[in-house]
Write a protein that binds this ligand. Sequence first.
Ligand SMILES: Nc1ncnc2c1ncn2[C@@H]1O[C@H](COP(=O)(O)OP(=O)(O)OP(=O)(O)O)[C@@H](O)[C@H]1O
Ligand SMILES: [Mg+2]
Length: 274
Amino acid sequence: MAKVYAITNQKGGVGKTTTTVNLAASLAATKRKILLIDLDPQGNATMGCGINKAELAHSVYDVLVAGRSIADTVVAAPDCGFMVLPANQDLTAAEVELLNEIGREFRLREALAPILGDYDYILIDCPPSLNMLTINALAGATGVIIPMQCEYYALEGLSALITTINRVKQLINPKLEIEGILRTMFDGRNSLTNQVTDELRRHFGEKLYSTVIPRNVRLAEAPSHGLPILFYDKQSKGSLAYLALAGEMLRRAGKTTEVSSDLSANEQLGHSHG
Ligand SMILES: Nc1ncnc2c1ncn2[C@@H]1O[C@H](COP(=O)(O)OP(=O)(O)OP(=O)(O)O)[C@@H](O)[C@H]1O
Ligand SMILES: [Mg+2]
Protein backbone atom coordinates (compact mmCIF):
# COMPACT_ATOMS: atom_id res chain seq x y z
CA MET A 1 0.00 0.00 0.00
CA ALA A 2 1.30 3.41 -0.92
CA LYS A 3 2.35 5.90 1.70
CA VAL A 4 0.62 9.15 0.78
CA TYR A 5 2.41 12.34 1.76
CA ALA A 6 1.01 15.86 1.45
CA ILE A 7 3.85 18.35 0.96
CA THR A 8 2.33 21.44 2.44
CA ASN A 9 2.88 24.85 4.01
CA GLN A 10 0.46 27.72 3.49
CA LYS A 11 3.40 30.09 3.22
CA GLY A 12 4.34 30.71 -0.42
CA GLY A 13 7.72 30.01 -1.95
CA VAL A 14 9.15 27.78 0.77
CA GLY A 15 10.13 24.94 -1.56
CA LYS A 16 7.01 22.73 -1.63
CA THR A 17 7.07 22.17 -5.36
CA THR A 18 10.86 21.84 -5.55
CA THR A 19 10.68 19.22 -2.81
CA THR A 20 7.80 17.29 -4.36
CA VAL A 21 9.37 17.08 -7.82
CA ASN A 22 12.87 16.24 -6.63
CA LEU A 23 11.81 13.82 -3.95
CA ALA A 24 9.65 12.03 -6.52
CA ALA A 25 12.64 11.70 -8.86
CA SER A 26 15.00 10.64 -6.07
CA LEU A 27 12.63 7.99 -4.72
CA ALA A 28 11.98 6.75 -8.26
CA ALA A 29 15.76 6.38 -8.66
CA THR A 30 15.65 3.83 -5.82
CA LYS A 31 13.20 1.77 -7.92
CA ARG A 32 10.14 2.79 -5.94
CA LYS A 33 6.88 3.27 -7.81
CA ILE A 34 6.00 6.92 -7.45
CA LEU A 35 3.00 9.08 -8.27
CA LEU A 36 3.25 12.85 -8.00
CA ILE A 37 -0.07 14.67 -7.64
CA ASP A 38 -0.08 18.34 -8.54
CA LEU A 39 -2.82 19.92 -6.44
CA ASP A 40 -1.88 23.53 -7.19
CA PRO A 41 -3.60 25.50 -9.99
CA GLN A 42 -0.22 27.15 -10.66
CA GLY A 43 0.80 23.82 -12.23
CA ASN A 44 4.44 24.36 -11.26
CA ALA A 45 5.08 20.73 -10.40
CA THR A 46 3.48 19.66 -13.69
CA MET A 47 5.79 21.97 -15.67
CA GLY A 48 8.78 21.04 -13.52
CA CYS A 49 8.30 17.42 -14.61
CA GLY A 50 8.42 18.39 -18.28
CA ILE A 51 4.65 18.25 -18.88
CA ASN A 52 3.05 21.22 -20.62
CA LYS A 53 0.17 22.39 -18.42
CA ALA A 54 -1.41 24.23 -21.36
CA GLU A 55 -1.83 21.02 -23.36
CA LEU A 56 -3.37 18.63 -20.86
CA ALA A 57 -6.11 16.34 -22.17
CA HIS A 58 -7.27 15.76 -18.59
CA SER A 59 -6.08 16.85 -15.19
CA VAL A 60 -6.64 16.48 -11.47
CA TYR A 61 -9.58 18.84 -11.93
CA ASP A 62 -11.47 16.08 -13.77
CA VAL A 63 -10.65 13.67 -10.95
CA LEU A 64 -11.94 15.96 -8.21
CA VAL A 65 -14.96 17.43 -9.95
CA ALA A 66 -16.07 14.88 -12.55
CA GLY A 67 -15.06 11.66 -10.80
CA ARG A 68 -12.62 10.62 -13.51
CA SER A 69 -10.28 7.83 -12.35
CA ILE A 70 -6.68 8.65 -11.47
CA ALA A 71 -5.50 5.63 -13.47
CA ASP A 72 -7.01 7.13 -16.65
CA THR A 73 -5.63 10.59 -15.98
CA VAL A 74 -1.98 10.11 -15.01
CA VAL A 75 0.81 10.80 -17.48
CA ALA A 76 4.46 9.78 -17.32
CA ALA A 77 7.02 12.43 -16.46
CA PRO A 78 9.16 12.10 -19.61
CA ASP A 79 12.29 10.03 -18.84
CA CYS A 80 11.97 10.65 -15.09
CA GLY A 81 10.70 7.25 -14.00
CA PHE A 82 7.53 8.34 -12.22
CA MET A 83 3.92 9.20 -12.97
CA VAL A 84 2.17 12.56 -12.61
CA LEU A 85 -1.43 13.55 -12.05
CA PRO A 86 -1.10 17.01 -13.61
CA ALA A 87 -2.81 20.32 -12.86
CA ASN A 88 -3.38 23.69 -14.46
CA GLN A 89 -5.52 26.74 -13.80
CA ASP A 90 -8.73 24.76 -14.40
CA LEU A 91 -8.24 23.62 -10.83
CA THR A 92 -9.07 27.10 -9.55
CA ALA A 93 -12.71 26.40 -10.40
CA ALA A 94 -12.77 23.15 -8.46
CA GLU A 95 -13.15 24.83 -5.11
CA VAL A 96 -16.25 26.73 -6.20
CA GLU A 97 -17.72 23.74 -7.99
CA LEU A 98 -17.28 21.53 -4.94
CA LEU A 99 -18.75 24.10 -2.59
CA ASN A 100 -22.21 22.55 -2.39
CA GLU A 101 -21.15 18.95 -2.81
CA ILE A 102 -21.54 16.56 0.08
CA GLY A 103 -18.25 14.94 1.01
CA ARG A 104 -16.19 17.51 -0.86
CA GLU A 105 -13.27 16.97 1.54
CA PHE A 106 -13.03 13.35 0.46
CA ARG A 107 -12.88 13.65 -3.33
CA LEU A 108 -9.17 12.95 -3.52
CA ARG A 109 -9.26 10.24 -0.88
CA GLU A 110 -12.00 8.39 -2.77
CA ALA A 111 -10.08 8.68 -6.03
CA LEU A 112 -6.89 7.39 -4.39
CA ALA A 113 -8.45 4.26 -2.89
CA PRO A 114 -8.37 2.09 -6.04
CA ILE A 115 -4.73 2.94 -6.90
CA LEU A 116 -3.03 2.68 -3.51
CA GLY A 117 -1.76 -0.77 -4.43
CA ASP A 118 -0.11 0.52 -7.61
CA TYR A 119 2.49 2.78 -5.95
CA ASP A 120 5.00 2.82 -3.09
CA TYR A 121 4.82 6.58 -2.52
CA ILE A 122 2.29 9.18 -3.59
CA LEU A 123 3.49 12.77 -3.12
CA ILE A 124 0.97 15.62 -3.23
CA ASP A 125 2.18 19.15 -4.02
CA CYS A 126 -0.21 21.54 -2.22
CA PRO A 127 -1.05 25.17 -3.01
CA PRO A 128 0.15 27.96 -0.68
CA SER A 129 -3.13 28.15 1.21
CA LEU A 130 -5.16 26.13 3.70
CA ASN A 131 -8.07 25.84 1.25
CA MET A 132 -10.33 22.96 0.18
CA LEU A 133 -7.61 21.58 -2.11
CA THR A 134 -5.20 21.35 0.82
CA ILE A 135 -7.94 19.81 2.98
CA ASN A 136 -8.46 17.19 0.25
CA ALA A 137 -4.74 16.43 0.38
CA LEU A 138 -4.74 16.16 4.18
CA ALA A 139 -7.88 14.00 4.15
CA GLY A 140 -6.27 11.58 1.70
CA ALA A 141 -2.77 11.52 3.16
CA THR A 142 -1.10 9.28 5.71
CA GLY A 143 1.60 11.84 6.43
CA VAL A 144 2.51 15.48 6.03
CA ILE A 145 5.90 16.78 4.98
CA ILE A 146 6.41 20.44 5.85
CA PRO A 147 9.15 22.27 3.95
CA MET A 148 10.20 25.51 5.58
CA GLN A 149 12.83 28.18 5.48
CA CYS A 150 14.62 28.89 8.74
CA GLU A 151 13.35 32.44 9.11
CA TYR A 152 11.99 34.32 12.08
CA TYR A 153 8.35 34.29 10.94
CA ALA A 154 8.45 30.71 9.73
CA LEU A 155 7.60 29.31 13.15
CA GLU A 156 4.63 31.61 13.52
CA GLY A 157 3.07 30.34 10.28
CA LEU A 158 3.76 26.82 11.35
CA SER A 159 1.34 26.95 14.27
CA ALA A 160 -1.65 27.68 11.99
CA LEU A 161 -0.65 24.71 9.86
CA ILE A 162 -0.27 22.41 12.86
CA THR A 163 -3.71 23.49 14.11
CA THR A 164 -5.24 22.61 10.74
CA ILE A 165 -3.48 19.26 10.66
CA ASN A 166 -4.77 18.47 14.16
CA ARG A 167 -8.34 19.45 13.21
CA VAL A 168 -8.24 17.24 10.14
CA LYS A 169 -6.84 14.40 12.22
CA GLN A 170 -9.56 14.78 14.87
CA LEU A 171 -12.48 15.19 12.51
CA ILE A 172 -11.84 13.34 9.27
CA ASN A 173 -8.53 11.48 9.10
CA PRO A 174 -7.34 9.86 12.35
CA LYS A 175 -4.39 8.25 10.53
CA LEU A 176 -2.80 11.58 9.66
CA GLU A 177 0.65 12.22 11.14
CA ILE A 178 3.40 14.75 10.58
CA GLU A 179 5.96 12.71 8.68
CA GLY A 180 8.74 15.26 8.72
CA ILE A 181 9.86 18.87 8.84
CA LEU A 182 12.31 19.79 6.10
CA ARG A 183 14.63 22.78 6.21
CA THR A 184 14.92 24.26 2.71
CA MET A 185 17.11 26.96 1.14
CA PHE A 186 19.37 26.32 4.10
CA ASP A 187 22.33 28.53 4.92
CA GLY A 188 24.22 27.25 7.97
CA ARG A 189 26.30 30.44 8.18
CA ASN A 190 23.26 32.42 9.21
CA SER A 191 22.93 32.48 13.00
CA LEU A 192 19.14 32.81 12.85
CA THR A 193 19.10 29.52 10.96
CA ASN A 194 20.70 27.82 13.93
CA GLN A 195 18.27 29.36 16.41
CA VAL A 196 15.30 28.25 14.32
CA THR A 197 16.83 24.80 13.99
CA ASP A 198 17.17 24.54 17.77
CA GLU A 199 13.52 25.46 18.22
CA LEU A 200 12.36 23.05 15.57
CA ARG A 201 14.32 20.28 17.24
CA ARG A 202 12.76 21.12 20.60
CA HIS A 203 9.24 21.07 19.17
CA PHE A 204 9.48 18.27 16.68
CA GLY A 205 12.38 16.13 17.87
CA GLU A 206 12.93 13.19 15.55
CA LYS A 207 10.45 14.56 13.01
CA LEU A 208 12.96 17.18 11.94
CA TYR A 209 14.85 15.64 9.02
CA SER A 210 18.57 15.73 9.64
CA THR A 211 18.99 16.23 5.89
CA VAL A 212 18.80 19.88 4.90
CA ILE A 213 18.33 21.30 1.41
CA PRO A 214 20.94 23.98 0.77
CA ARG A 215 20.26 27.08 -1.26
CA ASN A 216 21.50 26.01 -4.68
CA VAL A 217 21.00 27.89 -7.92
CA ARG A 218 20.87 24.64 -9.93
CA LEU A 219 17.64 23.75 -8.10
CA ALA A 220 16.12 27.03 -9.24
CA GLU A 221 17.29 26.52 -12.84
CA ALA A 222 16.08 22.95 -13.32
CA PRO A 223 12.32 23.71 -13.64
CA SER A 224 12.88 25.93 -16.66
CA HIS A 225 14.27 22.84 -18.38
CA GLY A 226 11.31 20.74 -17.25
CA LEU A 227 13.63 18.44 -15.34
CA PRO A 228 14.12 17.26 -11.77
CA ILE A 229 17.59 18.23 -10.58
CA LEU A 230 18.74 14.60 -10.79
CA PHE A 231 18.50 14.81 -14.58
CA TYR A 232 19.64 18.40 -14.88
CA ASP A 233 22.77 18.40 -12.71
CA LYS A 234 23.19 15.14 -10.88
CA GLN A 235 26.33 16.18 -8.99
CA SER A 236 25.00 19.51 -7.76
CA LYS A 237 24.55 20.06 -4.02
CA GLY A 238 20.80 20.29 -4.53
CA SER A 239 20.67 16.95 -6.28
CA LEU A 240 22.79 15.26 -3.62
CA ALA A 241 20.61 16.75 -0.89
CA TYR A 242 17.36 15.41 -2.37
CA LEU A 243 18.93 11.98 -2.83
CA ALA A 244 19.97 12.14 0.81
CA LEU A 245 16.43 13.09 1.82
CA ALA A 246 15.03 10.10 -0.07
CA GLY A 247 17.59 7.92 1.75
CA GLU A 248 16.60 9.33 5.11
CA MET A 249 12.91 8.79 4.38
CA LEU A 250 13.46 5.21 3.35
CA ARG A 251 15.58 4.54 6.42
CA ARG A 252 12.86 5.96 8.62
CA ALA A 253 10.36 3.70 6.93
CA GLY A 254 12.61 0.83 7.92
CA LYS A 255 13.02 -0.34 4.39
CA THR A 256 16.16 -1.66 2.82
CA THR A 257 17.33 0.57 0.04
CA GLU A 258 19.67 -0.25 -2.71
CA VAL A 259 22.02 2.37 -1.36
CA SER A 260 24.68 3.16 -3.86
CA SER A 261 28.02 4.37 -2.51
CA ASP A 262 26.97 7.66 -4.04
CA LEU A 263 23.89 7.89 -1.88
CA SER A 264 25.63 7.19 1.42
CA ALA A 265 28.17 9.89 0.68
CA ASN A 266 25.28 12.26 0.13
CA GLU A 267 23.72 11.41 3.43
CA GLN A 268 26.90 12.44 5.15
CA LEU A 269 26.63 15.71 3.30
CA GLY A 270 23.11 16.11 4.70
CA HIS A 271 24.26 15.34 8.26
CA SER A 272 27.19 17.68 8.15
CA HIS A 273 24.74 20.54 7.68
CA GLY A 274 22.11 19.25 10.06
N1 LIG B 1 17.04 24.97 -2.28
C1 LIG B 1 16.80 25.95 -3.16
N2 LIG B 1 17.82 26.73 -3.62
C2 LIG B 1 17.57 27.73 -4.49
N3 LIG B 1 16.36 28.02 -4.98
C3 LIG B 1 15.31 27.29 -4.56
C4 LIG B 1 15.47 26.21 -3.64
N4 LIG B 1 14.25 25.65 -3.42
C5 LIG B 1 13.37 26.34 -4.17
N5 LIG B 1 13.99 27.32 -4.86
C6 LIG B 1 13.36 28.32 -5.74
O1 LIG B 1 12.53 29.14 -4.94
C7 LIG B 1 11.30 29.41 -5.58
C8 LIG B 1 10.16 28.86 -4.73
O2 LIG B 1 10.28 27.44 -4.66
P1 LIG B 1 9.01 26.50 -4.87
O3 LIG B 1 8.26 26.87 -6.09
O4 LIG B 1 9.47 25.10 -4.73
O5 LIG B 1 8.18 26.91 -3.58
P2 LIG B 1 6.65 26.60 -3.28
O6 LIG B 1 6.53 26.50 -1.80
O7 LIG B 1 6.16 25.46 -4.07
O8 LIG B 1 5.96 27.94 -3.82
P3 LIG B 1 4.37 28.20 -3.95
O9 LIG B 1 3.93 28.49 -2.55
O10 LIG B 1 4.25 29.36 -4.88
O11 LIG B 1 3.75 26.96 -4.51
C9 LIG B 1 11.39 28.77 -6.95
O12 LIG B 1 11.83 29.73 -7.86
C10 LIG B 1 12.44 27.69 -6.76
O13 LIG B 1 13.12 27.39 -7.96
MG1 LIG C 1 4.50 25.34 -5.36
